[in-house]
Design a protein around this ligand. Structure first.
Ligand code: OFO
Length: 171
């Protein structure tokens, strides 16, 4: 059975993952409002990925005899000044989430909770991807700043992204 301290920390992380999903859905709505459908689609997929992250934590906590407790999700911003600013915020947000995952890993070590430690390695690796994919878009947008044709191409490319649920997760 999972220790209460670990359980509470995972419940907090579930709230962060839900906020991430909410934030990316809000960014999707922003992109829809400025007619960048590819960027909007990318954000929708990102929001779904966050739901999958929630689901993984939820199932793990339940399997370990823990109790999932949901709490209030704060409202995300709804306006940004540019596509570049929006994706820079994604990158910053993912760096913050990486720090939170690392703190969970630290706690699992402190509590000698090997099962949780092993489970969290999936998130450690996932965060490498999360940061890299956001940074890729930031770099493409930087190259195409002040170039509407380039932005159009980046938007087309981002439209290709599809949601692939992690193994064993259905949302
Ligand atoms: Fe759940 O990784 Fe992004 O926030």
């Amino acid at each position: 059975m999972i220790k209460e301290e670990m359980q509470n920390a995972i419940n907090k992380q579930i709230n962060w993952e839900l906020y991430s999903s909410y934030l990316y859905l809000s960014m999707s709505a922003y992109f829809d409002s400025i007619n960048l459908k590819g960027c909007a689609g990318w954000m929708r997929v990102q929001a779904m990925e966050e739901q999958a992250h929630v689901k993984k934590f939820y199932d793990f906590l339940t399997a370990r005899g823990g109790r999932v407790v949901l709490s209030e999700i704060k409202a995300p911003p709804s306006e940004w000044n540019s596509p570049l600013e929006t994706f820079e915020e994604v990158y910053k947000h993912e760096q913050a989430v990486t720090a939170l995952i690392n703190s969970l890993v630290d706690l699992s070590l402190e509590l000698k909770d090997h099962a949780t430690n092993s489970f969290l390695q999936w998130y450690v690796n996932e965060q490498v991807e999360e940061e890299a994919s956001a940074d890729d878009v930031v770099q493409s947008l930087k190259l195409n700043e002040n170039n509407p044709g380039g932005l159009f191409m980046v938007d087309k490319e981002l439209a290709q992204r599809t949601f692939v649920p992690p193994t064993g997760v259905t949302i």
